[in-house]
Ligand binder design. Structure first.
Ligand code: ZN
Length: 262
């Protein structure tokens, strides 16, 4: 079959760990998403171990054009400083952008001030705004319900769109905001817990049913989700929703050309 993405657009899951203990004990790796799109490299949510996971997979930080943080929580931002250092080769090659919500940059910034000078610049994420990185654009359609300022993203490249629903409590706005061909969802909770602002499996299923993407990928697993075997859950969701649902694995590389065959 003709490959409609000759540039080899890929999303690599550097880690799939979500909640505190899965991250702190590294039961699963953490480190975020590495996007290789239309010849540009973009890093999303560099959690703890990003530098380890990315170098292990021979992903070259100096080729990054941008680092995007959905929010300031440690499991999404812990390796921001070292990844800026790596992207800019210790500041010798000034380039690249950091995108983050205002509260990740203000009173207690996630980035050291001396590293800011290594960047081309910092852009503040805001609800409903669009941003450009080379020939890729992304939007942050809606602010999430989470203890700190948080946004998901919809990326648009020449032939494809995909959404990343970062941490949030469920609200209907998620179903109205993230329509795309590929949906990546952070599903921390197996069962909903009212005092925790994270999506549960039932929430994820509802969102998939509403948005009907070509493919949905579950990631960012808490302990309960991990024990329940996400790959089995994904199989069940595929049957129940009619959407091809995958469970991310540490190091999994998803080729966007797969969307052409679905
Ligand atoms: Zn969070």
């Amino acid at each position: 079959m003709e490959d409609k993405s000759p540039s080899g657009d890929t999303i690599t899951f550097l880690g799939t760990a979500g909640a505190r203990f899965v991250v702190t004990k590294q039961l699963l790796a953490s480190g975020g998403l590495w996007l290789s799109l239309g010849g540009s490299e973009i890093l999303v949510d560099p959690g703890p171990g990003c530098i380890v996971q990315s170098t292990k997979r021979k992903l070259k930080a100096e080729k990054l054009s941008a680092i995007i943080l959905s929010h300031r929580h440690l499991d999404h931002s812990a390796d921001t400083n070292i990844m800026v250092e790596a992207m800019t080769q210790g500041g010798f090659k000034q380039h690249g952008w950091l995108f983050a919500p205002a509260d990740a940059l203000e009173s207690e910034p996630v980035i050291f001030s001396y590293l800011k000078d290594y960047l081309d610049g910092i852009e503040v994420l805001q609800e409903g705004k669009s941003y450009q990185i080379g020939n890729i654009s992304f939007t942050t359609p809606i602010q999430h319900i989470h203890p700190v300022e948080t946004y998901g993203m919809i990326f648009t490249i020449a032939e494809h769109t995909f959404s990343y629903i970062a941490d949030s409590r469920y609200f209907d706005g998620l179903c109205h905001s993230y329509a795309s061909e590929l949906l990546i969802i952070n599903v921390v909770l197996l069962e909903a817990m009212h005092h925790i602002d994270h999506l549960s499996l039932a929430d994820a299923e509802h969102i998939i049913m509403e948005l009907k993407p070509k493919v949905a990928i579950l990631t960012h697993f808490g302990m309960g989700m991990w024990r329940a075997k996400p790959w089995e859950i994904a199989q069940r969701l595929s049957q129940e929703t009619g959407v091809r649902v995958l469970a991310a694995r540490d190091g999994m590389k998803f080729e966007l050309s797969q969307l052409d065959n679905t």
